[in-house]
Design a protein around this ligand. Structure first.
Ligand code: ADP
Length: 409
């Protein structure tokens, strides 16, 4: 099956056109600066050069029209007819308490997605816009929604409840949901394959470290805890987000600095984390360069970042009553030799014997612990788009079989 995978943000759309049989992206690209006069479409067919088109792209409907057009383009395209797009899979950030799995998009599903906007006001509206725009351009093509929250939907109440009045959970659905679920699921399943053991028999900690960062405790194939919570702000230090802290801090700052709710939100989400502590950058490569040059604040940022991860390795090992594998993924997890090393330093008591040489020479999916290490430390590149494409294929095939059985055309 050929699946168009879309990740629609407020001013950008990332896409991949995936052949699920070959498990390869035939083309991938991105539309940036949607709504602005100089929007940019970058497109990379798997067997030809990357191209860049600059022009006016006023909204998501026009952006998706461009994506389809470039997939069909005689010089840069990978298909000859729109009909070759068998299905579309969307990354949707928040499934709320309703969706514990990926789902075929129907009118009822759209209504629930709209009801969930309050839970993810920044993310869900552009996801919905993308689905509606796709419906306009490809009205007969089935669409599937794959949720960032779904993999964490089986967390037990002791992991998802906050210590606030229970009525507030009931009234406003304030609880921990967790995000990056598609990535945590993919890399933990791959880890089980690498270890040659059944997923259901393993205790795995996954660390997805990109611009957004989160960890998950995966026991017997299920996410039993994760660091992000009600929103993607909780947990680890991130490029621009604070992660865990005493909630009174924000109340105190709001009082002292006279910040509005919106300003406080921006402070925690956009000006905190690595950029906040270092004052230099939200980008780990630049933080590492600054550390190498002796920049003290950059060193604080780096140390707070890695120490927080290390603490969660310990707490999740305790939560699961043991550990078989620790997995690093995401832009930082896959590429930063220093972050992996600092997280794993002095964890021999937990059964981790780190292999410095392997850590310096990573390639593809590989182990960075010694052969003797009781707990395996793995580097696994994530592939969220492939998971979305495979889920989409499975759900669409199931629906087609159901239609056949019931005579629906
Ligand atoms: P997103 O969460 O937006 O998908 P990525 O997963 O691409 O982001 O991760 C981006 C982060 O990965 C940035 O902080 C970047 O500096 C970091 N990164 C990428 N390559 C390296 C590297 N070689 N060393 C250290 N950090 C890296």
């Amino acid at each position: 099956m050929k699946v168009l995978v879309l990740n629609c943000g407020s001013s950008s759309i990332k896409y991949q056109f995936i052949d699920t049989t070959l498990q390869v992206a035939l083309a991938k690209g991105m539309v940036e600066r949607i709504g602005m006069a100089s929007a940019i479409l970058t497109h990379q067919p798997h067997d030809r050069d990357k191209i860049k088109i600059v022009g006016e792209i006023l909204d998501h409907t026009i952006a998706i029209e461009y994506v389809i057009a470039v997939l069909l383009s005689p010089n840069h395209g990978v298909i000859k007819d729109k009909k070759e797009i068998d299905a579309v899979g969307h990354r949707v950030v928040h499934g709320g308490e309703t969706f514990s799995d990926s789902v075929l998009i129907t009118d009822t599903v759209m209504k629930v997605l709209k009801d969930n906007i309050e839970l993810a006001p920044l993310h869900n509206p552009p996801n919905i816009k993308g689905i509606e725009a796709t419906r306009n351009h490809l009205p007969n093509v089935p669409q599937v929604s794959v949720f960032d929250t779904a993999f964490h939907s089986q967390m037990p109440p002791h992991a998802y409840l906050y210590g606030i009045p229970f009525e507030l959970y009931k009234k406003y659905k304030i609880r921990r949901y967790g995000f990056h679920g598609t990535s945590h699921r993919y890399v933990s399943e791959r880890a089980a394959k690498m270890l040659g053991k059944p997923f259901e028999k393993l205790k795995i900690i996954t660390a997805h470290l990109g611009n957004g960062c989160s960890m998950a405790a995966i026991d017997q194939g299920k996410s039993v805890d994760t660091t992000m919570g009600f929103t993607p702000l909780e947990g680890l230090i991130m490029g621009t987000r604070s992660g865990d802290m005493d909630p009174s801090v924000i109340l105190y700052i709001m009082g002292k600095e006279g910040l509005s709710l919106a300003e406080a939100n921006t402070l925690l989400n956009k000006h905190s984390g690595l950029i906040g502590i270092s004052g230099e950058s939200s980008d780990m490569r630049e933080i590492e360069e600054a550390v190498a040059e002796g920049n003290k604040k950059a060193k604080y940022a780096f140390d707070v970042f890695t120490y927080r991860i290390k603490k969660y390795v310990g707490s999740y090992t305790a939560a699961m009553g043991g550990l078989d594998a620790l997995v690093f993924t995401g832009g930082i997890g896959e590429n930063s030799v220093m972050v992996r090393k600092n997280v794993c330093l002095n964890l021999e008591n937990l059964g981790i014997t780190f292999d410095d040489i392997a850590n310096n020479n990573v390639k593809g999916e590989c182990a960075i612990s010694t052969k003797e290490s009781k707990v395996k430390v793995l580097r696994i590149p994530t592939n969220e788009e492939l998971v979305i494409a495979l889920d989409t294929e499975q759900i669409v095939n199931k629906q087609l079989t159901l239609n056949e059985a019931t005579g629906v055309k």
